[in-house]
Design a protein around this ligand. Structure first.
Ligand SMILES: [Zn+2]
Length: 323
């Protein structure tokens, strides 16, 4: 086997791992449950087992490990500053114990950052030098790539696009702030707004599609209803897309990137999101970037995290092989 990196995506539910070659292909993917006991020592044990298994599969050919984690990572110490799905994780060092256990060098970064790197190298961002990935799912995340490199910021928390304020006195967000875009355009936010609208318009087709039970409403169901012409569902997507476009216009004025890539589960509704988003960017951003910026759907899907993590290993552990 050619030179490969071990690529790991540490998630709140599963740990996914695979081998990644320099052409962006994943080999021998596998996944194990993250587990109930989330003490750093236990998670290190599970990661080390997964890494050892993949190194055996590679016949010892893997040169190093790249890991994406669902939390902030300090750019200098590489410690995890905090991770919402891992209670009590503050200033956690995964790198040193993993290097000791596996004998391999380890590169680590935030999961949205590495997903951005994956899309940049092998996905929707292949043709540009800079881009911003926006992931729309249970939350809203972001990965900023500037001149071919992840922009991490001083404390490793750059790209927290979901917590840009769009309504100063708006809905309370999980982060403690009011009016974050995440509280208006994430999957759960779409469902909340659809339920609010149905309370006013109980005759809408969306409720029939949900079998009369508002608790069965999902972002996918709202999408299906909108495609069938349900006015409530169309309005939910229209409003969320305009909020997104509003936020993106500000990001565009700040960074002037040529490309936004939209990923995450809600990006399955890209065709409904696109026009209002585009329109809002045109209205609010400076004319030249506003007219010329491209907006594309992510193409690596759930593999973006692993592909980006492996690519991080290539970029940081074998610098000459980066793009
Ligand atoms: Zn927030």
């Amino acid at each position: 086997m050619n030179r490969v990196a071990i690529a790991i995506d540490l998630g709140g539910t599963d740990i996914k791992g695979a081998l990644l070659d320099r052409e962006g292909r994943l080999h021998s993917p596998r996944r194990v449950p993250t587990g109930e006991d989330r003490s750093p020592a236990k998670v290190v044990d599970r990661l080390a087992d997964l890494i050892d298994g993949l190194q055996k599969t590679a016949g010892g050919a893997a040169f190093g490990v790249g890991i994406g984690v669902p939390g902030g990572v300090y750019p200098d110490s590489k410690k995890i500053s905090q991770a919402p799905n891992f209670p009590g994780w503050y200033d956690v060092d995964l790198v040193s114990p993993l290097m000791q256990k596996t004998g391999l060098p380890v590169a680590i970064d935030n999961d949205a950052n590495v997903a951005g790197l994956g899309e940049f190298e092998f996905g929707a961002g292949k043709a540009v030098d800079s881009m911003v990935l926006i992931t729309l799912g249970t939350g809203i995340g972001g990965g900023i790539i500037l001149d071919g490199r992840i922009w991490r910021g001083q404390w490793g928390m750059a790209g927290e696009i979901g917590h840009i304020t769009i309504e100063p006195e708006g809905v309370l967000c999980g982060c403690g702030n009011r009016g974050c875009i995440e509280a208006y355009a994430s999957g759960p936010a779409l469902v909340r707004q659809a339920k609010e609208a149905l309370a006013r318009e109980p005759g809408a087709p969306l409720l029939q599609l949900a079998g009369g039970d508002p608790d069965r409403i999902t972002p996918k169901l709202i999408y299906d209803a909108a495609k069938q012409g349900c006015p409530v569902s169309r309005a939910v997507f229209e409003k969320a897309s305009r909020y997104l476009g509003n936020m993106m216009a500000s990001v565009l004025n700040l960074l002037n990137v040529p490309l936004f890539v939209i990923g995450g589960g809600v990006s399955a509704s890209f065709d409904l999101l696109y026009e209002p988003m585009r329109d809002e960017i045109r209205r609010r951003a400076y004319r030249i970037p506003g007219e010329n910026v491209a907006i594309q759907r992510a193409i690596l899907g759930n593999d973006a995290g692993m592909i980006g993590a492996g690519m991080l290993a290539f970029a940081e552990l074998t610098p000459a092989e980066g793009r």
